[in-house]
Ligand binder design. Structure first.
Ligand SMILES: CC(C)(COP(=O)(O)OP(=O)(O)OC[C@H]1O[C@@H](n2cnc3c(N)ncnc32)[C@H](O)[C@@H]1OP(=O)(O)O)[C@@H](O)C(=O)NCCC(=O)NCCS
Length: 186
């Protein structure tokens, strides 16, 4: 599986592009919203420095190939409204995890399924993945709904896997095989 090249992916309404240092303010707005982070694996950001730290980590991951975190922008305006990430790459086994976050003001327009379809296609194509996994909070029905629409299958329920802000939660694991994806596109 090759380490990814610099890239921009385009969908009908959105673009996915590499994150850069100029995105700190927009990322802070996104990841400091407690409601959007309700089912996330860590609590909402409290300090703007967390945005710069996260960007540094993202840029290092571009270099070492450990994660591909992309900014989701409205093509018409260039506004950054979310992120979508392929991470936890296991190159020998051609698999990784997928994660996504959309600003609350943009929920319900089908944006994230549009984005994830492009990212999944890129993963199974250019990155030669065989399998993509998602780990979601059992109460995150919106996330489960978009995964099912993208042909992910629910494969497991892992107990008491995350401690976030004093709460412990289970994980529902979803998986999508390249073959499932190709069959659904045919
Ligand atoms: C989950 C998420 C990515 C969905 O993205 P989206 O672009 O809004 O997806 P859709 O427009 O297809 O809507 C998906 C579901 O969200 C629900 N939804 C839409 N607008 C909503 C709103 N304002 N408030 C709560 N839920 C809403 C709908 O019930 C819809 O369910 P349906 O498929 O049964 O109709 C987005 O809600 C989000 O980023 N949430 C916070 C971060 C998160 O939970 N990420 C996933 C971690 S695993």
């Amino acid at each position: 599986m090759p380490v990814f090249e610099p890239l921009t992916l385009h969908t009908a309404r959105l673009s996915l592009r590499l994150i850069d240092t100029g995105d700190a303010a927009a990322l802070f707005t996104l990841f400091s919203d407690p409601e959007a982070l309700r089912y996330w694996s860590s609590g909402p950001w409290l300090h703007p420095a967390q945005a710069s730290d996260s960007i540094e980590q993202t840029l290092r991951a571009y270099d070492d190939g450990s994660a591909l975190r992309l900014a989701v922008v409205l093509t018409a305006t260039g506004e950054l409204i979310g992120t979508a990430t392929l991470y936890a790459f296991d190159r020998r086994n051609h698999r990784c995890d997928i994660g996504y976050m959309l600003a609350r003001g943009h929920w319900g327009h089908g944006y994230m399924p549009e984005v994830l379809a492009a990212l999944v296609e890129y993963g199974f194509g250019a990155l030669e993945l065989h399998r993509i996994e998602a780990d979601i909070h059992p109460a995150n029905t919106a996330s489960a709904s978009i995964l099912r629409r993208l042909h992910f299958r629910q494969e497991g329920h892992l107990r008491e896997r995350w401690f976030v802000n004093g709460e412990i939660s289970d994980s529902i694991i979803y998986g999508l095989l390249a073959a499932d994806w190709r069959a659904a596109q045919a």
